[in-house]
Design a protein around this ligand. Structure first.
Ligand code: FES
Length: 111
């Protein structure tokens, strides 16, 4: 089974199983990774925002216009940002590494 890595905002790496056909968001939830996903994958939020490692980013299918629109609202957007619910695991993605952005949650605390 493919594996993938989540790097949290503090830089800690967690390797987890990445079953084919599951989204990064679903895998995060299975493994109690702190990725929100408020709309459960219906492209109506940006809380599942992850930053994809450069070499995997190029292998992903391009983001749809709806995804781009949501990403524009994401906090801490980077040029390899994607929505976790839109990244589906394939064989080629074994070893995928994504970073969790420095939490939207903190933003609320700061206000
Ligand atoms: Fe809302 Fe991904 S969970 S867009």
């Amino acid at each position: 089974m493919p594996k993938m890595n989540f790097i949290d905002a503090d830089g800690n790496n967690k390797e987890v199983d990445a079953p084919l056909g599951l989204s990064v968001l679903e895998i995060a939830h299975k493994n109690k990774i702190d990725l929100e996903g408020a709309c459960e994958g219906s492209l109506a939020c940006s809380t599942c925002h992850v930053i994809v490692e450069e070499n995997f980013f190029d292998q992903l299918e391009e983001a749809s216009e709806d995804e781009e629109d949501m990403l524009d609202l994401a906090f801490g957007l980077t040029h390899t940002s994607r929505l976790g619910c839109q990244i589906i695991i394939t064989e080629e993605m074994d070893g995928l590494t994504v970073k969790l952005p420095a939490a939207t949650r903190n933003m609320m605390v700061d206000v």
